[in-house]
Design a protein around this ligand. Structure first.
Ligand SMILES: Cc1cc2nc3c(=O)[nH]c(=O)nc-3n(C[C@H](O)[C@H](O)[C@H](O)COP(=O)(O)OP(=O)(O)OC[C@H]3O[C@@H](n4cnc5c(N)ncnc54)[C@H](O)[C@@H]3O)c2cc1C
Length: 406
């Protein structure tokens, strides 16, 4: 029997893995990509280091309209340890665990090594590469599929759509795959920028720009909430860092829904209100200096100002209400934000192709047999920490195998 011809559209993380999995499962594979080289998000990921995988999966922290169970099943379809082995043993990209952040990076700390290893293996296995032209349509034809590009058409038995979402358009993302899904009758959950910085205009704390520290953030809107303990950064336009990015979808979706904006509260240290109460009652000396033992000086001063605690006040002199205000500023600080940076810097796109409209074992469309979806085009994203690549590798692997075996 002749092997099926699988065309994978999009050579990002998910598409590269889908092409490899389909080829390894025996299909004839063509990988088509708009940019000249593909994998551009891999190149800029993790600050140029590429956080390839997390140390521990966290399906419960994924955001999707689908059930937790379904997200867990799709993420776990290719177990994390097997993915890790694939990178190390098959792609020859040794990984190193950064213990404090629980993230895996290539031991070389070079994102390019990850992208190049994927492309090199695809070429070595005989995947046909057609890069540098945008696919403008994917349509059923003669019992298979016709993929149209400016330079002609390609016939396929099956098509894997791995075109990503809408974030960081400079990497090639246009939302094309979402249009294909819609045209095939799929439900596409409304998209929104996620893992994106928040802005404040006016920015009352612009003079703190550059301050970075680990915090716990809790964002809450009328419909959802999210919490993250991680790095926080004050920028000239607002706030960034993994903790802010991790909860940004609550703020973004809250704004889009109208109504009251989400509250974003910061607890600046690992100490909670009870611990601060005890500490401040026992402390001696100036309150601002005591707070500054736990926080950057300028931030300590700002929080004292916010709480109405003057610089010359000692801990012993603090009145009960002053102490209460200071503890609120330290543990439940209402972050003044007004908007967000949108898709331009967003690490992922929220929303996308409804997960319950694809077969969970193959990621084949339930609407259009022979069409498969993987990666960010699907309705799920995870927190900072390698979880989004884990999703891309796992769903790419499943879709590639599914398209080859069918
Ligand atoms: C700045 C940044 C840093 C990140 N860091 C990390 C990290 O360290 N760890 C982590 O886990 N995640 C990280 N992410 C998220 C991660 O990069 C994405 O989740 C992942 O790349 C999604 O993979 P994908 O293959 O689904 O989509 P993409 O990587 O977006 O790939 C889609 C591909 O399809 C191509 N394409 C689109 N339309 C067409 C068309 N019409 N015709 C042909 N080709 C087309 C695009 O050119 C692109 O190459 C980061 C994201 C950003 C933006």
């Amino acid at each position: 029997m002749t092997p099926p011809h699988v065309v994978v559209v999009g050579a990002g993380a998910a598409g590269l893995m889908a092409a490899l999995a389909a080829r390894e499962a025996g299909a004839q594979v063509t990988l088509v990509e708009k940019t000249a080289d593909g994998g551009r998000k891999i190149l800029i990921s993790g600050g140029g280091r590429c956080n390839v995988l997390p140390a521990v999966p966290a399906p419960e922290r994924f955001v999707s309209e689908a059930s937790r169970t379904l997200v867990r099943a799709l993420l776990g379809a290719w177990p994390l340890r097997e993915q890790q082995r694939y990178f190390e043993d098959i792609l020859d990209v040794p990984l190193a665990l950064e213990a404090e952040s629980a993230k895996y990076f290539p031991a070389s700390n070079r994102a390019r090594d990850v992208r190049d290893a994927l492309v090199t293996r695809a070429m070595a296995l005989g995947v046909e590469r057609r890069f540098g032209a945008e696919v403008t349509s994917i349509a059923p034809a003669d019992g298979g599929w016709r993929i149209t590009r400016a330079d002609g058409t390609i016939a396929a038995d099956r098509v894997v759509v791995a075109t990503g979402g809408l974030s960081v358009p400079a990497t090639g993302s246009t939302g094309f795959g979402l249009d294909v899904a819609r045209a095939m009758g799929h439900t596409v959950h409304p998209t929104y920028p996620a893992l994106t910085p928040l802005t404040a205009a006016p920015h009352p704390y612009a003079d703190l720009a550059g301050i970075s520290l680990d915090v716990t953030i809790h964002a809450r809107s009328a419909r959802e909430e999210a919490r993250s303990t991680s790095g926080f950064l004050v920028t000239h336009r607002g706030y960034s860092g993994p903790a802010v990015l991790d909860v940004s979808h609550v703020a973004v979706r809250g704004l889009e829904a109208g109504g009251a904006p989400a509250t974003v509260r910061v607890c600046w240290t690992p100490m909670d209100a009870a611990a601060w109460t005890v500490a401040l009652l026992e402390a001696r000396g100036l309150a601002v200096n005591f707070v500054a033992r736990h926080l950057p000086q300028r931030l300590a001063e700002t929080l004292c100002d916010v709480a109405g605690v003057t610089r010359e006040r000692t801990c012993v002199q603090l009145r009960r209400e002053e102490r209460a205000r200071l503890i609120t500023a330290l543990t439940a600080f209402d972050l003044p934000w007004t908007a967000h940076e949108g898709y331009r810097p967003a690490e992922v796109t929220g929303g996308g192709v409804a997960l319950d409209e694809v077969h969970r074992g193959t990621l084949e469309s339930r609407r259009a047999p022979g069409l498969f979806f993987c990666g960010e085009v699907l309705d799920a994203f995870g927190p900072i920490g390698g979880h989004n690549f884990q999703w891309a590798w796992s769903t790419g692997h499943t879709a590639g195998r599914g398209a080859a075996h069918h």
